[in-house]
Design a binder for this molecule. Sequence first.
Ligand SMILES: *[C@@H]1O[C@H](CO)[C@@H](O)[C@H](O)[C@H]1NC(C)=O
Ligand SMILES: *[C@@H]1O[C@H](CO)[C@@H](O)[C@H](O)[C@H]1NC(C)=O
Length: 270
Amino acid sequence: MRFLLPLSLLVLLAAAYQEGGSARRRRAVWAQGPGDNSPVSSETEAPFWVRISPTFKAVQPGSSVWLNCSSSCPLPEGPRLHTGLQRGKTLKGSNWVSFQLLDVRAWSSDVHCYVTCAGITQGATARINAYKPPHSVILEPPVLEDGKYTLRCHVTHVFPVGFLVVTLRHGGRVIYSENLKRFTGLDLANVTLTYEYLARPCDLWQPVTCHARLNLDGLVVRSSSAPMTIFAWSPASNPLASTSIAALVGILLIVGAAYLRKYLLMQSRP
Ligand SMILES: *[C@@H]1O[C@H](CO)[C@@H](O)[C@H](O)[C@H]1NC(C)=O
Ligand SMILES: *[C@@H]1O[C@H](CO)[C@@H](O)[C@H](O)[C@H]1NC(C)=O
């Protein structure tokens, strides 16, 4: 580990929220805690059932979703939907209502449906998750300058960034890893990790790779870059010199509602 130098962390957050960003964030916060003032359901006697379908749905950020809430009550009051998500169209039958929810941006939203039947209220809950695996993971060819390699890895079009871990490996060895937990934006993002690295003679000709991992409550999505080879070790990589050189690590995050719209347009084209 003596070749891993003291790190200083540089965080640049560019254009984090464009118009509407704070409103979206307020909505997302509300989506996490709508259960507090929910009607109490009777669990001992269940004279009728309430179902929401599907109970779980994973979508790409910005998509819309249909949920169908039905019950066995012959004369239901409702169904009523409690959600922080934006509402779209509604379709109704005698004992069911189908709700459209628009522009799902929050990583995880719970949607509650309540039906009251002869004075008794029962509910059902569905969860909607929004995520987008990276479009690409690209490691630039390492550049040797002043005895150090600059490694730069780009992870594009990824969401939610807060669940992303970017790791650099040289051969089998992890040389740097960083999670982006502190980023909680509701837009797709491009992430660039920059790392200055002193290669050891024994690592010569080993490939360097960059790995992106989204860890989504149990669902793990991985992507990796093409390997790059380091041809020469860094002249400065001896134990005496290493302590006097500070490595610079930086994460550059670019998020944009504008290019999310462009992306969704591209997706909807035939
Ligand atoms: C909603 O669910 C009910 C009960 O399962 C079903 O009869 C109805 O066709 C569904 N509506 C839609 C729009 O899927
Ligand atoms: C993100 O990266 C992609 C691919 O390199 C590029 O086309 C896009 O413009 C980038 N978006 C932003 C907001 O920089």
